[in-house]
Design a protein around this ligand. Structure first.
Ligand code: ZN
Length: 74
């Protein structure tokens, strides 16, 4: 049980979990925030360069980086 807690706290304290934004339609990471519209009137619009999706919604996925070398080798 304590092992699980340890692992959990490790995950939360790590802070190295990287999140990237992907297109909600085709899941391509090739989306960009469109700056063609004035931000004070319209919400932020994301544009997918692959499928042409345009909208304020994007998917955010977390990427596990392979940085556990310090744990296993030391
Ligand atoms: Zn797309």
């Amino acid at each position: 049980m304590s092992r699980i807690l340890k692992k959990l706290s490790k995950i939360f304290s790590r802070g190295t979990a990287k999140t990237i934004r992907v297109c909600p339609r085709c899941h391509s990471p090739d989306i960009a925030l469109s700056t063609k519209f004035d931000g004070w009137l319209t919400p932020e619009i994301y544009v997918c360069k692959r499928c042409g999706y345009r909208g304020p919604i994007y998917l955010e996925i977390s990427v596990e980086e392979e940085t556990n070398a310090d744990e296993s080798t030391s």
